[in-house]
Design a protein around this ligand. Structure first.
Ligand SMILES: Nc1ncnc2c1ncn2[C@@H]1O[C@H](COP(=O)(O)OP(=O)(O)OP(=O)(O)O)[C@@H](O)[C@H]1O
Length: 359
């Protein structure tokens, strides 16, 4: 992944991760935005505290960087219980999960990031653990195999996923509360930026915060990262003084445009318009055209492009909207919008546009 992609990608690395951790809100009242999720979660937690029982299992779904990990930490902090963190890809075998479950303490919060990527045997073990606080450890193989039941201390599972549609129904149904995290409004991102600037000891004028928020793709993690790049630019080129113009110049330098589109977004739109006449085209074909994994295109670029009204996911594949042609300064071919395209903007729509003939 190039340095430019890192700027707006979902992952943070090295020092950036440390800074990110320092910027995380620690309590629910410090958590900015997501008002509905906050209120719902607050009720779930307070009623559990009153009953002196662990709350229902919580599933959080939403794009990367919207605060799912942060919320899981807040849940444990609000309940004053320890937190254990793992991720779906780390749970390859049932034994990986059994090792964690068997050492949980009473009331502990278990956070499984990317829960949709857990291996099937671990997933099946989790069903029983979530429902009955018990797991069956299978010893031996073939006809002689026996299942030894093992008690698990009552715990709260917090699962996070960027692809709720990929979760099997039996798993999804075992969560008592599902929090749908949406992209943040610009005003909320401005608050995130002011809070982070305070913590980083930066002076951030209102107009500069507005400029950065407008380019942050509705995502706090990206807002924080762009703020750090603006700070770098200001230190080297503007005696440390951040202004709207300094912010705009810094972000232009990093190829984040006024609407927040980055290189990948523009590459996806560019390929869709330039190579496929605006679509429809299948996800895999589009991903090959921009040299990225289909999942990166689907999880990182598409939700934002759909939200900006630049791309539509249809049963026949991905289609550029009229606004996409305008955004890239191109003219659509005659009749491009003649046929009515029924856009289904559900984030987890199966990719039906990937028939081999299209590739
Ligand atoms: N509501 C918020 N208020 C303030 N800062 C936030 C908020 N949500 C997220 N952040 C900031 O954004 C960063 C990323 O959040 P977090 O790691 O929780 O996202 P995530 O949804 O778990 O992402 P991923 O799924 O990629 O792990 C955190 O460091 C935190 O500082």
């Amino acid at each position: 992944m190039s340095a430019e992609r890192d700027l707006v990608s979902s992952e943070a690395e090295g020092d950036e991760r440390l800074i990110e951790a320092a910027l995380r809100p620690k309590r629910l009242e410090e958590f900015i935005g997501q008002a509905r999720v906050r209120e719902q979660l607050s009720l779930v937690l307070h009623s559990a505290l009153r009953r002196n029982r662990p709350p229902d299992h919580v599933l959080m779904s939403g794009a990367p960087g919207l605060g799912k990990t942060t919320l899981s930490m807040i849940i444990a902090a609000e309940l004053s219980v320890p937190l254990r963190i793992t991720s779906g890809p780390a749970l390859e075998r049932a034994g990986d999960l059994a090792a964690i479950l068997s050492t949980l303490s009473e009331g502990e919060v278990l956070f499984i990031d990317e829960i949709h990527r857990m291996a099937r045997p671990a997933e099946e073990m989790l069903y029983l653990a979530m429902e009955d606080f018990r797991v069956d450890i299978v010893v031996g193989k073939g006809p002689g195999a026996t299942a030894i039941p093992l008690e698990v201390a009552p715990f709260t599972l917090v699962g996070a996923t960027t692809r709720a549609g990929l979760l099997p129904a039996p798993l999804r149904d075992r969560f008592g509360f599902v929090a749908h995290m949406d992209f943040y409004e610009a005003a909320e991102l401005e608050q995130v930026l002011h809070r982070s600037a305070r913590l980083l000891g930066l002076r951030l004028p209102e107009e500069a915060a507005r400029e950065i928020a407008g380019r942050s793709r509705g995502t706090p993690r990206i807002a924080n990262r762009l703020l750090r790049r603006v700070r770098d630019f200001a230190e080297v080129r503007a005696d440390g003084a951040i202004s709207r113009d300094v912010a705009a110049a810094a972000l232009n330098l990093y190829e984040v445009d006024a609407e927040g589109l980055d290189r990948l977004d523009r590459a996806v739109l560019g390929a869709l318009l330039g190579k496929f006449g605006g679509g429809p085209v299948g996800l895999s074909t589009l991903a090959v055209a921009v040299g990225e994994e289909p999942e990166t295109v689907e999880v990182v670029a598409e939700p934002f492009l759909v939200r900006q009204g630049l791309l539509a996911r249809t049963p026949r594949g991905r289609v550029a909207t009229a606004a996409a042609w305008v955004h890239l300064g191109l003219t659509p071919p005659p009749g491009a919008f003649g046929a009515a395209v029924v856009a289904d903007q559900r984030p987890d729509l199966p990719d039906l546009g990937d028939d081999p003939a299209a590739s």
